[in-house]
Design a protein around this ligand. Structure first.
Ligand SMILES: [Zn+2]
Ligand SMILES: [Zn+2]
Length: 150
């Protein structure tokens, strides 16, 4: 399937990003410099193994992103991460990064792989509380349901 930019509809083109001696091939938009990463590529590009777990912990609690996934056509959800708002596909867990966001994530000194689940929830709680109240209430209900299911 031909992938198009979720921001401006331009076709995405394969672009190899060097990581050490290897490179990771991602889909890039020539117009807005956005990047689409398939699931797992974010960890390869940033060397931050915990980042993927961080981004997907609360995935799908509210799909407040306006973007549609260029890979599977699924809805995307935004997650706050290291001062950056990252769009993540609820269905295939692909990640959309706007221009400069990959650099911001690569530069973050926060090592997400060493964070406990509790710490991740604490960080995400803060980010989610700042979102509009409707989404927050939906998230709260979901969390309560999940706690009860444990
Ligand atoms: Zn674009
Ligand atoms: Zn997707």
């Amino acid at each position: 399937m031909r992938r198009i930019c979720p921001r401006d509809g331009d076709p995405l083109v394969a672009q190899a990003i060097p990581v050490g001696r290897r490179s990771v091939e991602v889909d890039a938009c020539a117009r807005c410099q956005g990047l689409f990463l398939d699931v797992g590529e974010i960890a390869q590009l940033t060397g931050n193994r915990g980042l993927h777990r961080y981004l997907t912990t609360y995935l799908g609690t509210d799909t407040d992103s306006k973007l549609v996934c260029p890979s599977c056509g699924g809805l995307m959800d935004t997650e706050e991460c290291a001062g950056t708002t990252v769009d993540v596909c609820v269905r295939c867990k692909g990640v959309w990064l706007d221009a400069g966001e990959l650099q911001a994530l690569q530069q973050t000194t926060e090592d997400f792989s060493t964070l406990s689940d509790d710490k991740i929830h604490e960080l995400l709680d803060g980010a989610h509380k700042s979102k509009r109240s409707q989404a927050y209430i939906a998230w709260l209900l979901w969390t309560l349901q999940r706690k009860r299911a444990k």
